[in-house]
Write a protein that binds this ligand. Structure first.
Ligand code: GAF
Length: 392
């Protein structure tokens, strides 16, 4: 029932073989970067909040070699459309759409005075697209690692993540926060990435519980963050903060929110209530994790989901169904907590559960989901994995 995570060695082999077959080149560099899920702290990375994502065992892999020209030529396993563009002109957004992630990252290097040579590349990914698992951040981070390797440069991880985030803003049109690129860049095996989004500093939180795992359930309902829903939520939070009259959400207490209630419309109030509550829940979840109080972590995950569904309105019936099935199984069925993860409007849920019961939990989720929607979700398990890196 649980979909396997393709071994990274298999992805590397395919990428190298394809590079050879298409461009006649042996790879001189192989770069990899993972997607992410967020355990808790949703839609608050752009509100100076705390978020708790981790890099997952699903990855983008790029095999590449310099081609001695001034062009980038790239193919992928996820579409037959190939990209070919002048490396000196990446500022033009163009087709295929996926090539804009490459263009955006190359542009970021140009802005820093790094001259990028022409190269050939083949890109493969074990991340389902449109599943809210940050396949775009993974691609951006993998391209950044690739270019660092090609040019013999180094860059602090934080700067690399910010460069990747800017590519997402400018080339994909998504005004995202820092969570996805930070999770992909800083991820570590067996560790969650607690990000203080006010200071932009990550702190690793160990997650070394062999008896626990996280199920990632892809609704297969695709969301487009650039279609306006995400930007609208961001605007709601900006309006809320202005009405409250504070400079940062970190300085807003529940009492401040209540005092400003009359100055906001009802929607802005509910969006603001989510932000204040989610910042507190994330801090509480980290404290509980450190104490090993998983029951409390689970309770906070359900609360987070309810707030995203009712106050922030970024859930959907498919996500709700997966969370409800997990909640119904409950502790007796091995479930600790569940919630939607990522931007929402479709995408995936995370279910923290006992590893020994993961198969049975996934089977129950598939059964109830398929009965309601007529098609199964895709479910796989992942523990916190290694972040963006050069493989060879
Ligand atoms: C998307 C964004 F890219 C992140 O920055 C974050 O805001 C997330 O939605 C919601 O928590 O993944």
């Amino acid at each position: 029932m649980l979909a396997p995570n393709p071994p990274i060695a298999d992805l590397v082999k395919i990428a190298k073989d394809e590079l050879k077959a298409r461009y006649g080149k042996e790879a001189t560099i192989v770069a990899a970067a993972p997607g992410r899920v967020n355990l808790i702290g949703e839609h608050i990375d752009y509100c100076d909040g705390f978020v708790l994502p981790f890099a997952i065992e699903r990855t983008v892999v790029i095999a590449a070699a310099p081609n001695g020209t001034t062009e980038v030529r790239a193919g992928t396993a996820f579409t037959s459309e190939t990209a070919c563009f002048a490396v000196c002109a990446p500022q033009n957004k163009a087709t295929p759409k996926w090539s804009n992630y490459l263009r955006g990252v190359i542009h970021g290097f140009h802005e820093r005075g790094v001259e990028v040579p022409g190269f050939d590349a083949f890109i493969i990914s074990s991340l389902p697209g449109g599943a809210g698992l940050s396949s775009s951040a993974a691609l951006e981070c993998a391209v950044a690692v690739l270019i660092l390797g090609l040019t013999g440069n180094t860059m602090p991880t934080k700067e690399m993540a910010l460069l990747a985030q800017k590519a997402e803003h400018d080339y994909a049109g998504v005004p995202c926060g820092i969570m996805d690129q930070f999770a992909s860049a800083f991820g570590k095996d067996g560790e969650l990435v607690l990000i203080d989004c006010q200071t932009g500093e990550p702190e690793m939180v160990p997650f070394k519980h062999d008896d626990l795992t996280i199920l990632i359930s892809n609704t297969k309902v695709s969301h487009e963050l650039s279609d306006g829903g995400y930007a609208a939520r961001r605007k709601n939070t900006e309006d809320g903060l202005i009405a409250i009259g504070k400079g940062s959400w970190r300085d807003v207490s529940p009492a401040d929110l209540d005092a400003a209630k009359e100055k906001m419309d009802e929607v802005t109030y509910r969006r603001s209530r989510h932000v204040v509550g989610e910042i507190a829940r994330t801090i509480g979840a980290v404290e509980s994790l450190r104490k090993g109080d998983f029951q409390e972590v689970g309770r906070l995950m359900y609360e987070s989901h309810n707030s995203l569904r009712d106050d922030f309105e970024v859930s959907c019936p498919e996500l709700d169904q997966l969370v409800e099935t997990a909640a119904t199984l409950g502790a007796a069925g091995g479930v600790i907590g569940a919630r939607m993860t990522g931007g929402g409007f479709g995408g995936s849920t995370v279910t923290l559960c006992e590893a020994s019961k993961a198969e049975a939990i996934a089977a129950a989720m598939v059964k109830s989901y398929e009965a309601k929607f007529g098609f199964p979700p895709e479910i796989f398990a992942s523990r916190p994995a290694e972040g963006a890196r050069r493989l060879s």
